[in-house]
Design a protein around this ligand. Sequence first.
Ligand SMILES: N[C@@H](CCC[C@H](N)C(=O)O)C(=O)O
Length: 258
Amino acid sequence: MELQFHKYQGTGNDFIIVDNRLDIFPKNNTNLIEQLCDRRFGIGADGLLLLENDKSADFKMVYFNADGKIGSMCGNGGRCLVAFAKDLGIVQKEASFEASDGNHRASVSGKQVALKMSDVGRISKKRNAYFLDTGSPHHVQLSKDLNSMDVVKEGRRIRYGIYGEKGSNVNFVEQLAPDSFWVRTYERGVEDETYSCGTGVTAVALAMHFSSKTEADRIHIKTKGGDLWVTFKAAKKGYEDVVLEGPATFVFKGTIRW
Ligand SMILES: N[C@@H](CCC[C@H](N)C(=O)O)C(=O)O
């Protein structure tokens, strides 16, 4: 079989993107998707995104983690898919799409894509951390000396030790300024540290506001792969009007045969 694909990245969180509007991609072939994401034997990516037709939105997003298994919501992936849809001419400056956690709207300005995330109703306090679901599950904990932390070792311990096989993404945070944080993320389904995680930085921003580490409602997040911004409004219960904003760019396109 031969596959045309595109590579996009959002602050270093990188994705294989396939235009699957003809619905011919072998979605059930977990081994194939894992192989395509492999950085030595395949194209290499944190995940694989399918753009599909949708009866009411501009398109539908289907996301697979690098382990080849269907994933939950992917914030950076959603932003990259909107950039891809614009490059294909499917959308202009505004877009709407269906994802695993419902409908999302987005706006494009140059290389920047602002994605409306789902409302977050509940943030639970763990011993030295917070847990919330921003479309994907996230453990958020403040850490000292983030620079020297073994994120993979610590992240794996928490991901399996506290959250079992179903797991959670694990975000380690250091405050840089009243409205700015540095985040390193161990990502479930990639089972490694990624250069950034969109649902992760969204979770960090909300958890830091919830725990009064910041009073800002527009928060800058520094990641290994670059800068992201999260804006939000406090709601009666949790947070609403949550928007994740940052760059999403085309890297290359190609053909792969197997
Ligand atoms: N990198 C993604 C997160 C994708 C889902 C995550 N790997 C999970 O399985 O929960 C993002 O940008 O949100």
